[in-house]
Write a protein that binds this ligand. Structure first.
Ligand SMILES: Cc1cc2nc3c(=O)[nH]c(=O)nc-3n(C[C@H](O)[C@H](O)[C@H](O)COP(=O)(O)OP(=O)(O)OC[C@H]3O[C@@H](n4cnc5c(N)ncnc54)[C@H](O)[C@@H]3O)c2cc1C
Length: 507
């Protein structure tokens, strides 16, 4: 084999995938047909799970440095009156970051590509297109093309991170199924000079005449998206005078420099299989969804976080190839739930006649008089939770804590001057964690970090074989009490693999 893994495409999903493989010592070649990172801001938001995935790649602080966490998202009627609000500043899903961030995609991609320089065993070749592949029982022969001509390379596995029109998907003979939406949208990104913002809030403008999304973004940017009417063409909608008229209620056109104005169409499409032998699909190559929940890219990042540690274990011989089947088993249901929720949200948001819009606004205001419903909306409880129902889990079924994502509070640890995020103590592999964990705790699975959780107010000491952390805010202590567990085993992607509910696993 020339390499263990070929990653096709170095968009955000391919770049994160290669970083996570690099962290785990997997020999990886990334081929990207473009010669520069994607120059256009497309994805705009990411969530706390995405930041946790960047953290696993050692890049959280770098990519988060200039992100903007909006305090609220408002849904407003055509007259600008809010009828629903997501109060992001009141929400903590417990995963270590704010629930939503806005970012600049070119900055993100540059940071992720920069991260690859840390690994001598990861190579990025730009200006190289994957043109085809053939697989046999030992590996995959990948055909490549660059300005020097055609060549081939042998790898054990190929990961198609090559976007919506994936050549990997086509070469593996995998079909897409689903629907595309007829309504085209105009997405405008630009830089605003100080004092140029007229409407500073993050808003879905649910105006039946022209639904829109407007928000400040990272780096003093602004994003504005407008639905096109049936009679409007991309040419007329991207003319400077049209852009000026559309953005004027939100930013001062004289102090707004447009960096991108593109008309695009949404899709709700899923690949029929995400694996064909030694070939896997990730990100937009595997699934595309409307952006109303901001989850298109986030879903691809979850794919990377899910597949890469399993692949590393297969490559180094710790696990058999069949564990890779759990990738689609685990990821497909959650992705489909996200996509369906996005589509439903779009239906509420995109009501296109005056009477239906009036009914929607009135009904949504009224039902939020019920505290439970108000909390459901205000605290973003309609966002599907990260839960694995089946897959590579102890017992293969969901039992209490098993399959949920473990919380990530800040903890105090011996040798750390200030509290740190929990994952930074856990390391890149499995972790055996809990109040009863000792160096004698028996764990017969892959190598793992042993972490003993001490209650708030304790002092962590540096021991051998087990690391102590003080649960400064009581989050972990409460988690173990709620699940009546003494010990949990966490997978490298921080999902709970097993939890001992009654007795500690000590001899
Ligand atoms: C207007 C818009 C707004 C969006 N907003 C959001 C949002 O707010 N939040 C969110 O999470 N998502 C959003 N998305 C979706 C998001 O942009 C995509 O999900 C994300 O970019 C997909 O990343 P990817 O790495 O899978 O694919 P891509 O970003 O498409 O990257 C694929 C890469 O593969 C390369 N490539 C393709 N074919 C080959 C080949 N044969 N050989 C070598 N290289 C190849 C390409 O050059 C490219 O660099 C939005 C999308 C659009 C269009």
């Amino acid at each position: 084999m020339d390499t263990d893994v070929v990653v096709v495409g170095c968009g955000p999903v391919g770049a994160l995938t290669a970083n996570l493989l690099g962290m785990r010592g997997v020999r990886t070649l990334v081929v990207e047909r473009g010669t520069a990172p994607h120059g256009q801001p497309r994805a705009f938001s990411c969530d706390d799970e995405a930041l946790r995935a960047y953290q696993q790649a050692g890049l959280r602080d770098e990519v988060a440095a200039d992100m903007y966490p909006p305090p609220v998202v408002e849904y407003v009627s055509g007259n600008g009156r809010p009828f629903a609000t997501i109060a992001l500043d009141e929400i903590d899903f417990g995963l270590g970051s704010e629930p939503l961030h806005f970012f600049d995609q070119p900055w993100l991609e540059a940071s992720l590509r920069g991260g690859l320089d840390r690994f001598p065993h990861v190579e990025l070749r730009t200006g190289v297109e994957m043109t085809g592949l053939e697989q046999d029982s030992d590996g995959v022969t990948v055909r490549l093309r660059d300005t020097g001509g055609d060549s081939t390379i042998r790898a054990r596995y190929v990961l198609g991170c090559d976007g919506a029109r994936s050549a990997t998907r086509a070469a593996a003979g995998i079909e897409l199924s689903g629907t595309s939406y007829a309504e085209p949208w105009l997405a405008i990104s630009g830089d605003v000079e100080p004092g140029g913002v007229r409407q500073p809030r993050t808003r879905f403008v649910c105006d039946w005449r022209r639904p829109a999304f407007v928000s400040p973004g990272a780096f003093g940017t602004h994003r504005l998206e407008f639905m096109l009417r049936a009679s409007e063409t991309p040419e007329e909608m991207t003319r400077p005078e049209t852009l000026e008229r559309l953005v004027a209620p939100y930013v001062d056109p004289a102090r707004f420099t447009v960096t991108r104005a593109v008309v695009y169409t949404f899709h709700h499409l899923v690949a029929e299989r995400w694996r064909a032998g030694r070939v896997f699909l990730l990100g937009d190559a595997a699934h595309q969804m409307p952006p109303f929940l901001g989850q298109g890219l986030c879903s691809g990042l979850r794919d990377a976080a899910n597949l890469t540690w399993k692949l590393a274990m297969v490559v180094d011989g710790t696990a058999g190839d069949d564990v890779l089947d759990s990738y689609e088993t685990e990821r497909r249901p959650h992705t489909e739930e996200m996509a369906v929720t996005s589509v439903r949200l779009g239906r509420v948001f995109l009501v296109r006649n005056r009477a239906a819009a009036f009914l929607r606004d009135t009904a949504l205001r009224a039902v939020q008089a019920v505290p439970r419903v108000r909390r459901f909306v205000r605290h973003f409880e309609f966002k599907p939770a990260p839960v694995l129902r089946k897959g590579l889990l102890a017992g293969g079924t969901r039992r209490g804590a098993v399959g949920t994502m473990f919380p990530q509070p800040r903890v105090s640890a011996a040798g750390e001057a200030a509290p740190v995020r929990l994952d930074d103590v856990l390391g890149a592999g499995f972790a055996v964690i809990g109040p009863s964990v000792t160096a004698a705790t028996v764990w017969t699975g892959p190598p793992a970090a042993f972490i003993r959780v001490l209650p708030p107010g304790s002092v962590a000491t540096a021991g051998s074989g087990v690391r102590e952390v003080v649960d400064t805010d009581g989050v972990l202590t409460a988690w173990f009490a709620r699940h009546r567990a003494e010990v949990a085993v966490l997978r490298p992607d921080r999902f709970v693999y097993a939890a001992a509910l009654d007795a500690p696993l000590t001899r």
